[in-house]
Ligand binder design. Structure first.
Ligand code: GDP
Length: 472
């Protein structure tokens, strides 16, 4: 209805256009951005989205090559529960004692930087696990440069290890394998390498491209060498940023502190943040009153790859929100207000992820090249069979990527991965666990359940040909 009156055309014509696109709508229904664009185009209009407008008002300073300086890598530690992620992060934190200080890093601000003996710096996100990693990615924030995948050598490659690997791969983040707990008598690092090889992940000593290192996070053995390997990976990535511009970065965490107000940890990714800067972070804003590093020291400036907690925002932004510095306080306030309004509107607007029923239409429109699929099943055999069959369905028009597969129920982590990678989830004889189902509804992720392999394959085939009827 709204778009019809904006274009001054009869509502029935808009509804007719939608129907010809295979979308049944009523006059009060809200359309997603893509459909709006197509419908408007049919009537000779071009849609301009306010949200894009907002991003555009944030001036992007083009960096000149000579302004770019090397920056520290930002690392996330992932892996199966109890394999030693926290122990590794703690060990690195505690052993990195700066001269003149009694202990290591004592504050938890969500991220910390350490300086190695060779003077090089590495920044760690202090929330281990792929959940936080993917939640941020679902918000459009790509912060991590390198992922350390921790695998306990007295155990096997476990479901969450596989998940972590899939999440890192879906994000295109290089991985280094930390084979942990080698101090234990039952440790068998070779078995881990072999199991990785079975997943087509060959570590360097097996002639592959993945770096790995044997460590004991508990006793600190091998940790320095592991960090050297992180630096090596960073060198290959040639990470650079321009420190001489207003800071931009991402929110890592935020909380309300009784005495100090909102405390927000942000990771500066480029530019330099200074006390007194006016900051916009997500829908919040404010002047930076004070900044602290992970050692609790008050600091005045923070350059690229530096985590800092800042005081002065008017609320708690969400992890994964971008932040920018504004010269003009009024402008920052205006954008914050617009964003708040947009967020309110978006909660009613249908902003959908891909669904199986929609694939055919999108392929026909020529805008859809890749379908990401997450596959969960009750037994390994059926997962592998489905994965093989699905991959074979790839055509010239559309590539089917199985971005994650595994045995077990559909979890929240699967849903977040689907949200971050715009994927559909296929369950074979498994259903989403309670919380996962709710999350899928909220994130609008298409989950399909099957108990017959051929049904799943047929549905996907039909969907690709635009023949699938929507699931009620
Ligand atoms: P997370 O769940 O991956 O964060 O795992 P934790 O770091 O909490 O470790 C789980 C358990 O394994 C704890 O009891 C640790 O003390 C133990 N652990 C972690 N790393 C090592 C190690 O290198 N050697 C030994 N022997 N135990 C370890």
């Amino acid at each position: 209805g709204e778009i019809a009156s904006m274009m001054d055309v009869p509502i029935t014509k808009v509804i007719g256009t939608c129907m010809s696109l295979g979308i049944m709508v009523t006059m009060n229904q809200r359309l997603d951005a893509e459909t709006l664009t197509i419908v408007a185009d049919e009537f000779g209009f071009e849609v301009e989205f306010i949200s894009t407008e907002i991003e555009e008002t944030i001036k992007v300073v083009e960096d000149r090559e000579e302004d770019l300086k090397s920056r520290a890598p930002i690392v996330t530690v992932m892996g199966h529960v109890d394999h030693g992620k926290t122990s590794l992060l703690d060990n690195i934190r505690k052993t990195n004692v700066i001269a003149g200080e009694s202990g290591g890093i004592t504050q938890h601000i969500g991220a910390y930087s350490v300086t190695l003996e060779n003077g090089k710096r590495i920044t760690f996100l202090d929330t281990p696990g792929h959940e936080a990693f993917t939640a941020m990615r679902a918000r459009g924030a790509q912060v991590t440069d390198v992922a350390i995948i921790v695998c306990a050598a007295d155990d096997d490659i476990m479901p969450q290890t596989k998940e972590a690997i899939s999440h890192a791969q879906a994000a295109g983040v290089p991985m280094i394998f930390a084979i942990n707990k080698v101090d234990k008598p039952a440790a068998n690092p070779e078995r881990i390498k072999e199991q990785l090889a079975q997943m087509n992940l060959l570590v360097e000593d097996w002639g592959g491209k993945y770096q790995s290192h044997e460590i004991s996070a508990k006793f600190g053995q091998g940790v320095n060498e592991l960090l050297e390997k992180v630096l090596l990976e960073a060198e290959i990535l040639d990470l650079k940023a321009n420190p001489n511009k207003p800071a931009i970065g991402t929110v890592v965490e935020a909380q309300l502190d009784k005495g100090r107000g909102y405390v927000t940890t942000i990771l500066v990714q480029a530019g330099t943040l200074r006390v007194g800067d006016y900051v916009l972070a997500g829908k919040n804003h404010g002047k930076v009153k004070a900044m602290y590093d992970e050692r609790g020291h008050s600091i005045k400036v923070a350059g690229p790859s530096t985590p800092v907690s800042i005081l002065g925002l008017d609320g708690a932004p969400t992890a994964g929100d971008k932040f920018n510095v504004f010269e003009d306080e009024r402008e920052a306030k205006q954008i914050a207000a617009k964003r708040t309004q947009l967020l309110r509107e978006q909660s009613v607007r249908t902003q959908k992820h891909i669904t199986l029923a929609e694939i055919g239409r999108r392929i026909a429109l020529g805008q859809f090249k890749e379908l990401n699929v997450i596959l969960k099943g009750d037994v390994d055999g059926s997962v592998e069979a489905l994965s093989d069959s699905f991959s074979k369905l790839s055509t010239e028009e559309i590539q089917i990527n199985i971005i994650h597969k595994g045995v077990g129920a559909i979890t929240e982590s699967d849903v977040m991965l689907a949200s971050a990678s715009d994927a559909i989830i296929i369950g074979f004889n498994v259903r989403p666990a309670g919380a996962a189902k709710q999350l899928a509804e909220k994130e609008e992720i298409d989950i399909r359940n099957y108990s017959i392999i051929y049904d799943a394959i047929d549905d996907l085939k039909d969907a690709m040909e635009g023949m699938l009827s929507p699931e009620m």
